[in-house]
Design a protein around this ligand. Structure first.
Ligand code: PMP
Length: 304
């Protein structure tokens, strides 16, 4: 097989080493006589895989001890609902940085569960992230939601807004690409299929105090505390996705971790931006220089 250059945002390319190792181990896990994907999620073998993946995620991003690492299902899309369902009590408000189509969706779902509003709106154009002072958080706000990388727009947040409330981040398309200032966040989530592994799992990092203060009048699957207290094994987890995420995170660690990933992303994105900027206007990147994404480089052509 000759591998193609796959620029898809997600599901996206995975390290060939990870795919090969998965293939080699797929039919029999260790000497168990069965595949990991056929095995009980309560088995010692699976529980070790599960715990290692969570530990690698924590280690990769230097996640503080007072944050839970959760593997959930439903994609980042379910987090658009779970975040406000859990964090907003009656009367609470929540600000959203509306930076593109993903933030729009997050805000639309939040409005169903609470008094969510646009703390900054990048319409029309969605060609940049806000400068820190531009975000207007209103009284009574529980959190400010940001989309750290707008996948379709190709814009990335480099200055975390300094507001008086904790941040909640949708980091689906730039998780594990740079270190994070955890003291600013109450919760970070990311669907796996872009920077972590195959589709099917969603990684959530949530501050214990935020989980403890969350609503409990929700169905079990929708409660962060249920998942934390059962180490993401309340129900059957997406075992294949978590298994391959663990392999991918080991690959990230062995190549220098997220700091090395950021250096590599700058190098690779730089090649593409240089080609765009050096094309005498044939290719055009519509994003403000300070908000250009290192993950998704978008460009326009002279005509449709
Ligand atoms: N947020 C962002 C920034 C995304 O890029 C995506 C997927 N493209 C989503 C949310 C939705 O994720 P999922 O398909 O995992 O629900």
């Amino acid at each position: 097989m000759s591998r193609v250059y796959n620029f898809s945002a997600g599901p996206s390319t995975l390290p060939p080493e990870v795919l090969a190792e998965t293939q080699a181990e797929l039919t029999e896990f260790g000497d168990t006589g069965m595949s990991l994907v056929e095995m009980s999620h309560r088995s010692d073998e699976y529980e070790a895989v599960h715990a290692e993946a969570a530990a690698l995620a924590r280690e990769a991003l230097d996640v503080p001890d007072d944050f839970a690492v959760l593997f959930l299902q439903g994609g980042a899309t379910l987090q658009f609902s779970m975040v406000p369902m859990n964090l907003l009590h009656d009367g609470d408000r929540a600000g959203y940085v509306v930076s593109g189509s993903w933030a729009e969706k997050a805000l639309a779902d939040a409005r169903i569960y609470g008094d969510a509003y646009a703390a900054w709106d990048g319409e029309p154009g969605y060609d940049r992230m806000p400068a820190p002072g531009e975000v207007a958080v209103e009284d009574g706000s529980r959190y400010l939601h940001v989309t750290s990388n707008e996948t379709i727009g190709g814009i990335q947040m480099w200055d975390w807004p300094e507001v008086g409330v904790p941040l909640v981040g949708d980091m689906s398309s730039d998780i594990m690409s740079r270190p994070l200032p955890w003291h600013r966040f109450d919760l970070v989530y990311a669907g796996a299929q872009k920077n972590l592994g195959p589709a099917g799992a969603t990684l959530v990092f949530a501050r214990d105090a935020a989980i403890d203060a969350a609503r409990s009048d929700l169905g079990a699957y929708l409660r962060y505390d249920v998942h934390r207290d059962k180490s993401s094994l309340y129900n059957t987890p997406p075992v294949f996705a978590i298994w391959v995420i663990g392999k991918t995170l080991r690959w990230v660690r062995d190549r220098g971790g997220v700091v090395a990933m950021e250096v590599e992303a700058r190098r690779k994105a730089g090649l593409v931006y240089d080609a765009i900027d050096g094309s005498d206007g044939f290719y055009r990147n519509p994003v403000d220089a300070g908000s250009r994404s290192l993950m998704n480089v978008v460009f326009r052509l002279p005509s449709e």
